[in-house]
Write a protein that binds this ligand. Structure first.
Ligand SMILES: [Zn+2]
Length: 289
């Protein structure tokens, strides 16, 4: 008997197809990568099958299964081997009702570098997504991969999987997908500020606390708390800081984000040539060259 708090079978299947198309169009997956699941009862999910592009799925391809892995209904294809990770996430935290896994290029690049997404640089990422730890590498599809993810399912909303990709979850499949989008957006902003602009004003501990309070009032009790700056560097008129006089006064308060380092110290200024070289390299990578 389906509970009212769950989508119907046909709603769940339609949402999986819609999100699959969007994941593919947004370049979050290539070829047959990625997988999506949606819970429709306390112990039942719909899942994407193995060996099919998430951009070209039809309803008859989807697999209905129990959380213990037994298949209730499937088409020509078995569930993806990475569904084991989804099952484990649902088992660890019964409040989770949707899970998405993909290989978005910027998030995956951070996962390959082993750098967690945990810089307090803008409110949206902190409130709805939270910090995103990078868990250690395990072979995709292995049963060690679910074990690596399990400890984080009750405290966070998304993870980077080292040398592999990204996974997110939520109290609905749509929330899980929005978190995947937010993660890639957050990773992209971190890449630009850390490696192209070369500077980020990290939110102060008071500013972070305010956002955590907002998040809590929204009923979100997961997502972690990022490191914060002891003093705010973004409260004065930021335009005024471009004046040489004000800049000299404000300089000690400016925090810099350096990849792999804590948020302290002064800007590691790049020359214009260096910035342009990095910019071109990143653009080439984003275009898949
Ligand atoms: Zn994968």
């Amino acid at each position: 008997m389906a509970h009212r708090e769950y989508p119907t079978d046909s709603e769940a299947k339609q949402l999986i197809l819609d999100i699959g198309r969007r994941m593919y169009q947004k370049n979050f997956v290539a070829a047959n990568d990625g997988n999506i699941t949606c819970k429709v009862d306390d112990d039942i999910i719909w899942a994407t099958p193995t060996g099919v592009s998430k951009g070209f799925m039809t309803e008859d391809m989807l697999v209905k299964m129990y959380l213990d892995g037994r298949v209730i209904r499937q088409g020509d294809l078995a569930p993806s081997s990475e569904i084991k990770m989804h099952l484990r996430i649902y088992q660890e935290n019964p409040a989770i009702k949707g899970v998405t896994h993909a290989h978005p290029p910027v998030s995956t690049s951070f996962a390959i570098a082993g750098i967690s997404l945990d810089k307090a640089i803008y409110p949206e990422a902190l409130v709805n997504l939270g910090t995103v730890p990078c868990v250690h590498y395990e072979t995709p599809g292995s049963s060690a991969l679910p074990d690596s993810v399990a400890p984080y399912c009750n405290d966070y909303n998304a993870l980077l999987l080292a040398n592999h990709g990204a996974v997110s979850w939520g109290t609905s499949l749509m929330e899980a997908f929005f978190r995947l989008e937010s993660m890639e957006h957050y990773a992209t902003v971190l890449m630009y500020t850390g490696n192209i602009i070369g500077k980020a004003n990290v939110l102060s501990c008071d500013q972070v606390q305010e956002l955590i309070d907002i998040r809590t009032r929204m009923g979100i009790h997961t997502g972690g708390v990022p490191p914060c700056a002891p003093r705010p560097s973004n409260v004065r008129d930021v335009l005024a800081q471009h004046s040489p006089v004000v800049q000299a006064e404000a300089a000690p308060e400016v925090k810099t984000y350096q990849p792999g380092q804590e948020n302290s110290g002064s800007a590691g200024a790049l020359t214009e040539d260096e910035i342009e070289r990095v910019r071109q390299a990143v653009i080439a990578r984003l275009r898949g060259q």
